[in-house]
Write a protein that binds this ligand. Structure first.
Ligand code: SF4
Length: 500
């Protein structure tokens, strides 16, 4: 512990996280390292001695949001406050220069684990010994605060070269966290009360390939199931379409803790568009993978992401995609309009699709998917589902009266991108409840009073998430999360997706 003269802001840090779940994990890691230096987190940037903006550099819109966020911090900067720009933007050589002048340090996404020494240097403190278990950007750490769910990043970087994507140039090739370190993180999370662990990477199905593992992800899943029996739900996101998926599905089918949820971003269904994207163009293989999951899993849930308006996409090619979505009847779909990114092959292609055409195509798929999602959800009315409670708030009735309401997610809902379940009454955050579905929309479900508590929270009152039903029936807005972020996804995002 460092001892320094105290002011109100001394030793306080604030991290503003932008971008994807992988960035959030890095922010968790930075928080852990700063706490190890004896610092404390604060939700108030004005009350922090150190403010870190963990930026997203994936898309032009995301970079602009990052620039605005840094500028906002700089405009309100207090005397003596240290400002650090971290994350993906600094890793993008040509865009790093867009970071507003005057920040005290720029730390690339590949260097987040150096945050302790950087802050120490800026505050004029002596070096601390290297943190045990420090493995560069895959450093293992313990979350200081467990939530009902947590992302665990099992690998970073990507070995693919999708023509529209900047991630390989930001992150480099894939490096996987060692299985024992992943296990340790999961064990720590569950000990802290976390019910659901979500494994993420740029391409999660390739986990372990760089470690020489042939079926790395299935082996990792088996070992988590065996070694962490108290974990309630385990979910994997970002599964690149590949035959490796078959083995993973076989393991998923054996264990109830492995949610029957397949998130396989396919991006398109037309062979020529897929070839131009430098993606797997054998769409029949994708069909076989989905069919295998549907045959093998109980109550399977399928999610995918798509890009419309890719350079050269003709009406006929879009029609192929539309028909594929109709045929596959995914449960959840994210549709993105193509966004050209400097330095990518796709940005150099001719036959740019006009923005209004891309938007019309996006809207057409959204409308199609809304009907499919509504049918999937409508079929659940009257059935019993398990829900993980994530927040408690108040619902407002027509007369302006209020009543308590809880909000959570079912096994079919991934955090932040899918729907929610609303349950009357104030229930323990972190509890797993059995509820009967009474009403369904295309995204969200409404349930009756719980039939049973499957498992209560380990740490009573440890988690906080606000919920108000009032905003939900009209705008279908997501409620604020524990970290103050808003849900995104469903079939509404506007630009190219982040990963896989
Ligand atoms: S889209 Fe996904 S799989 Fe393709 S290069 Fe980007 S991160 Fe890798």
């Amino acid at each position: 512990m460092i001892s320094r003269p105290q002011t109100e802001r001394d030793n306080a840090f604030h991290i503003l996280t932008l971008g994807c779940s992988k960035n959030r994990v890095d922010s968790d890691g930075m928080e852990h390292l700063l706490r190890q230096r004896g610092m404390r987190p604060t939700a108030d940037p004005d009350g922090a001695e150190v403010v870190i903006v963990n930026t997203c550099g994936f898309l032009g819109a995301a970079r602009q949001e990052s620039i605005d966020a840094i500028q906002g911090v700089m405009d309100r900067r207090q005397d003596g406050q240290v400002v650090i720009a971290a994350g993906c933007m600094p890793a993008l050589g040509n865009h790093a220069t867009e970071i507003p002048a005057g920040v005290d340090h720029i730390l690339s996404t590949r260097e987040w684990y150096r945050i302790g020494e950087v802050v120490g240097g800026l505050l004029g403190e002596p070096d601390l010994p290297e943190v045990a278990g420090c493995e560069g950007m895959l450093t293992t750490f313990r979350r200081s605060e467990a939530g009902p769910f947590a992302y665990v990043k099992v690998a970073d970087g990507c070995d693919h070269a999708c023509a529209f994507c900047t991630i390989p140039s930001i992150k480099g090739r894939q490096v996987s966290k060692r299985p024992l370190h992943v296990l340790q993180e999961v064990v720590d999370l569950v000990a802290g009360g976390t019910r659901e662990v979500v494994l993420v990477a740029q391409d999660t199905i390739r986990y372990g390939a760089d470690l020489g593992m042939k079926n790395g992800l299935p082996a990792l899943l088996e070992s988590i199931v065996e070694q962490v029996p108290d974990l309630a739900w385990l979910r994997m996101l970002y599964i690149y379409p590949s035959p490796l998926t078959l083995k993973m599905v076989d393991v998923m089918a054996k264990h109830d803790v492995l949610l029957p949820y397949l998130d396989m971003p396919i991006q398109h269904a037309d062979r020529d568009v897929l070839r131009s994207m430098n993606r797997p163009s054998d769409i029949d293989m994708t069909r076989r993978l989905i069919a295998h999951a549907r045959e093998s899993l109980t109550d399977p849930v399928m999610r995918t992401t798509l890009i419309v308006g890719y350079p050269g996409e003709t009406e006929a090619q879009f029609e192929t995609l539309y028909r594929f979505v109709e045929e596959m009847r995914f449960d959840h779909v994210g549709v993105f309009t193509y966004s050209p990114e400097e330095g990518t092959k796709a940005a150099t292609l001719p036959d740019v699709v006009p923005a209004e055409v891309a938007e019309r195509r996006r809207a057409a798929i959204m409308e199609l998917q809304n009907g499919i999602s509504l049918a999937h959800n409508g079929a659940l009315v009257g059935s019993t589902i398990q829900v993980l409670v994530e927040g408690v708030g108040e619902a407002e009735d027509e007369l302006g009266g209020t009543e308590p309401i809880s909000v959570g997610r079912a096994r079919r809902h991934a955090p932040e991108v899918d729907g929610l379940v609303f349950i009357p009454g104030a229930h323990q955050i972190g509890a797993l409840l059995d509820v009967r579905v009474e009403e369904a929309g295309p995204y969200d479900l409404w349930a009756a009073d719980p039939l049973a508590t499957v498992a209560g929270p380990v740490a009573d009152g440890a988690f906080g998430r606000e919920a108000t039903r009032r905003r939900v029936p009209t705008g279908r807005s997501r409620v604020g999360s524990r970290r103050g972020t808003r849900g995104r996804g469903r079939p509404v995002p506007m630009a190219t997706p982040a990963g896989t």
